[in-house]
Design a protein around this ligand. Structure first.
Ligand SMILES: [Zn+2]
Length: 424
């Protein structure tokens, strides 16, 4: 008998089913449509969702009548069930927290000042370079388990704290190893172009060549990454270098995404020909680019955890993007320097309070649009027959409580590809 699971009497079942036959990421008013069923039920078999509807109707199903005794039943009365969160931007391959950066920032130093003083991304490199793959894998697995405990079922995981061919591949292998021991879904990204390592300071072109001619071909050949990411910003990589790296990724069959507009504005239009899955951060966006983004499926992934942790007053202009029809997703940006949180509900809470996103919009951005940002929407991001059985069960009566009770975890249970996550 395949593993079977019935969630029944669900107080609010947020299906996130498409409000129309239109495909593509949710935009504008469609971002508020959660497809709610009260008194809902979800039946999952062999890791897939097979039926979704009202509890009463589910119990009349002939298959269920015959097999009910062998089905694991979970009573979700008074609870909210929604698609597991898709955390589409994380940097989990690091060794330790960056407490010196934390203190310096509290004392008033800026992000570029910390980087110039030897802190920032570069300070995580040495530890990753000398740490064994198995230890890195354990760190990644721990993070994935904590993420699942807070409702995430699909996680994008980037390398990017090694910045040598050897240590970037080691980081991707650590992600692969952790993913094989976790019931959820991991999407790997090569972020060899995170910053220019200090060995290449002043000759960044040489480093870009290593990314393009060594890291990307090997990662593609060994199927260690689905995406290539670039940190395109002041102090990191230029627009021209980003295009070069995107072209190399395309040549080797990898899709692209980029950190864009965190510290400064970069014109986005030249990149659209590479069909990036997402542009992430987007604190600084040129007004003229917005109508172009609205006609593409490239998702603007907002990561307010970074703004919060950096103590910034400004947040990305989510309202402007949503109202213009740009598809918006939310992610944690889990990393040791600027966003040490594994909690999607925290990111959603910040989206509501600081970016004035409605709770409905935050939920759609954390589920279905996250799935679009990772190009897994055909099997993830909503609760509909045929999709993977990825579910988050929250011990709250109203979905708006998920972003409301910030700083506490109300996720009661997570189902990842049909498997109930053990409590870490
Ligand atoms: Zn990032």
């Amino acid at each position: 008998m395949v593993n079977s699971l019935l969630l029944i009497n669900v107080g609010q079942l947020l299906t996130l089913c498409a409000p129309s036959a239109e495909t593509g990421p949710r935009r504008g008013p469609a971002l508020r449509d959660l497809g709610i069923i009260r008194g809902g039920a979800v039946l999952c078999l062999g890791g897939k969702i097979v039926s979704v509807g009202k509890s009463k109707e589910a119990l009349r199903d002939p298959w269920l009548k015959r097999n009910r005794k062998s089905v694991t039943e979970i009573d979700c009365a008074g609870k909210v069930v929604l698609p597991g969160f898709i955390d589409s931007h994380t940097h989990p391959v690091f060794v330790g927290p960056r407490l010196v950066d934390f203190e310096k920032r509290i004392a008033g130093a800026s992000y570029p000042e910390i980087a110039a003083a030897g802190g920032g991304i570069r300070s995580s490199l040495e530890a990753v370079r000398k740490t064994a793959k198995s230890i890195l894998a354990t760190k990644v697995l721990n993070a994935l388990q904590k993420m699942a405990a807070h409702g995430s079922t699909t996680v994008e995981a980037k390398s990017g704290y090694g910045l040598t061919v050897e240590s970037e591949l080691k980081s991707l292998e650590a992600i692969k190893d952790a993913a094989s021991r976790w019931p959820g879904t991991v999407v790997s990204t090569l972020l060899g172009a995170h910053v220019v390592p200090k060995e290449f300071q002043g000759c960044s072109q040489k480093y870009v060549e290593i990314v393009c001619k060594e890291m990307i071909p090997v990662a593609a050949k060994r199927k260690l990454a689905r995406f290539v990411d670039v940190f395109c910003d002041r102090g990191a990589f230029t627009a021209k270098e980003t295009e070069e790296i995107f072209a190399a990724a395309e040549k080797h069959g990898l899709s692209v995404r980029a950190h864009m507009g965190q510290l400064s504005e970069t014109g986005l239009r030249p990149f659209l020909r590479f069909h990036p899955a997402s542009f992430d951060h987007m604190d600084h966006v040129n007004e003229d680019d917005i109508p172009h983004l609205a006609t593409h499926d490239t998702v603007a992934t907002l990561v307010p955890g970074a703004n919060y942790f950096l103590g910034l007053k400004e947040y990305p202009n989510a309202r402007r993007l949503i109202e213009a029809g740009v598809p918006v997703a939310l992610a944690t940006d889990y990393n040791p320097g600027t966003s040490p949180t594994i909690s999607m509900p925290m990111a959603m809470s910040l989206a509501c309070t600081h970016m004035k996103m409605a709770p409905e919009e935050a939920i759609a951005a954390a589920t279905i649009n996250g799935a679009w940002a990772l190009r897994v929407a055909e099997r993830k991001g909503s609760i509909e027959p045929g999709k993977d059985a990825d579910l988050a069960i929250f011990a709250v009566e109203d979905y708006r409580e998920i972003p409301y009770w910030f700083g506490a975890n109300h996720c009661a249970m997570t189902v990842l590809n049909g498997v109930v996550a053990p409590k870490p």
